[in-house]
Design a protein around this ligand. Structure first.
Ligand SMILES: [Zn+2]
Length: 487
């Protein structure tokens, strides 16, 4: 039985969805309250006992080791199935993944990269942790998100088509995972999708839909067409939280693995850097960090930093606006008036806020907000932002370009949870220019044995920016994700 206290609720409008309901993936109020930030989130699934039980498991498969923390597992038990049934299901799917892609799910390495750290000017005692996610299923973390969704689906759902908008790692991961489950995938891709990815998707049996931008349409056309498919009955098989809140669960296993290694080695980490496109990786990590601090606190709460490119930084823009409102609340100044969907600054002025000099200043403000997190001033702004999404997050106006093309999403779909975690931990958004992104990519290849793509190493560009701004002290340890193998 699912305990009565398990439920799923919308972080924006508070609507509760029953934890037994296997066919609701997004908040039912999305269309009627478009200004609210709707994302479904599982509630009260993890308890101290279940957390501890996961720590006793020694399976290398994260979906087995952390199963007691997953709503998917509790749903399986509720469907009159047993622990053995769940384990058999994972074994069957994992066998299929190995046959299709050469690997199933196993814990990925967390390495301490000494040579790279020294190259960046770190002290010899300082640690640079790198979570190497390039050899996970389909070569990136995306498969974790999608496998988490798959485990939450009932058998009836498997007969419906799965839909995703992507032309990169997410689409490849979706194709591998859905093939393993015997489900049919529809992929919505842009006109300029990479030929090699298209070929691989076809080989995996996915149906491709090429989406052109329609006149006067704001937002990604592939994303909009995939929403149409979902309206027509497809399962949102996506890494975007507002469309499928269950995508966060599988992604959290990645950070659970990191925290377990830190506990085991008695390590502390002071700065976590996460590259952000659509925001699922950061949102999952933020969720896992909140879980860890509740049930098994890390010795130091790391500052949670995000990294975007100068091509598009809707998350940093939203963060700046929220900080501006908090600042006026803290000083008892009038509430700043924002026009929804409209930036009050030029691109150049906004980009200048992310120069090396600005980083130190930002951290001072971040410390201030972290200290005042529980105050009415801060909490009222947080709630205001959740209920007035369009004043903070809207699609980036121009078509973005960057060497890190996998994080050019014109909207950060999971922005709200990520910004709350940045504010709560004293982290800041970093916006990397092309030179730093290229240098980070080159350094990763020269000084580690890992082979990430430029998107996959983008978090390192954020570390470099912080280091140049003298914002990482000599005794502080740092972690980044390398995810997305170079193809
Ligand atoms: Zn809602």
């Amino acid at each position: 039985m699912i305990p009565q206290h398990h439920y799923v609720s919308c972080t924006g409008c508070g609507t509760r969805v029953h934890a037994y309901d296997l066919t609701t993936f997004s908040c039912p109020n999305r269309d009627c309250m478009p200004n609210v930030n709707h994302v479904l989130q599982k509630k009260h699934v993890i308890t101290p006992q279940l957390w501890q039980r996961s720590k006793l498991e020694d399976s290398p498969n994260p979906f087995i080791r952390y199963r007691h923390r997953l709503l998917a597992y509790h749903r399986t038990l509720n469907g009159r199935q047993t622990d053995i049934d769940y384990l058999e299901k994972i074994a069957r799917l994992d066998g299929a993944l190995q046959a299709i892609d050469g690997t199933g799910f196993v814990e990925t390495p967390l390495t301490v990269e000494k040579e790279l750290a020294l190259k960046l000017g770190f002290d010899p005692m300082q640690k640079l942790f790198v979570k190497d996610e390039t050899h996970n299923v389909a070569g990136s973390h995306k498969a974790r998100h999608l496998f988490g969704i798959l485990l939450n689906l009932s058998n009836d759902c498997l007969s419906r088509p799965f839909a995703i908008a992507s032309c990169g790692n997410a689409a490849l991961a979706a194709a591998v995972v859905s093939k393993a489950a015997g489900a049919h995938l529809e992929v919505y891709i842009p006109t300029d999708a990479e030929e090699s990815v298209v070929e691989r998707l076809k080989a995996l049996g996915a149906t491709l839909h090429i989406c052109e931008r329609r006149e006067g349409e704001l937002g990604d056309p592939c994303y909009l067409r995939s929403l149409d498919a979902v309206k027509n009955g497809a399962i949102p098989f996506t890494c975007q939280g507002p469309d499928n809140g269950l995508t966060i669960e599988g992604g959290s296993t990645l950070a659970y693995e990191i925290f377990d290694r830190w506990h085991e080695g008695n390590h502390s980490c002071h700065h976590m850097f996460v590259q952000v496109g659509g925001g699922a990786l950061a949102s999952s990590s933020a969720q896992a960090l909140a879980d860890a601090m509740r049930y098994d606190p890390l010795p130091v709460l790391p500052r949670f930093h995000t990294v975007q490119t100068r091509g598009a930084f809707p998350l940093a823009r939203a963060y700046d606006r929220i900080v501006q409102v908090i600042d006026s609340r803290l000083r008892n100044l009038p509430f700043p008036e924002f026009r929804p969907f409209e930036d009050d600054m030029t691109f150049e002025a906004r980009a200048a806020l992310h120069d090396a000099d600005a980083i130190a200043q930002r951290l001072v403000m971040a410390d201030c907000i972290r200290a005042a997190w529980d105050s009415t001033a801060v909490q009222s702004v947080i709630r205001y932002a959740s209920a007035n999404k369009n004043a903070f997050m809207w699609p980036w106006e121009s078509a973005p370009h960057s060497v890190a093309h996998g994080i050019l999403d014109d909207e950060t779909y999971d922005w709200y949870a990520i910004i709350c975690t940045m504010l709560r931990t004293g982290g800041i958004p970093l916006v990397a220019d092309e030179a730093h992104l290229e240098q980070a990519h080159a350094l990763a290849h020269q000084h580690t044995a890992i082979r990430p793509s430029a998107t996959g190493s983008a978090g390192l560009a954020g570390v470099m920016l912080m280091k140049e701004a003298h914002a990482i002290a000599e005794y502080e340890n740092v972690s980044v994700y390398f995810t997305g193998i170079e193809r």
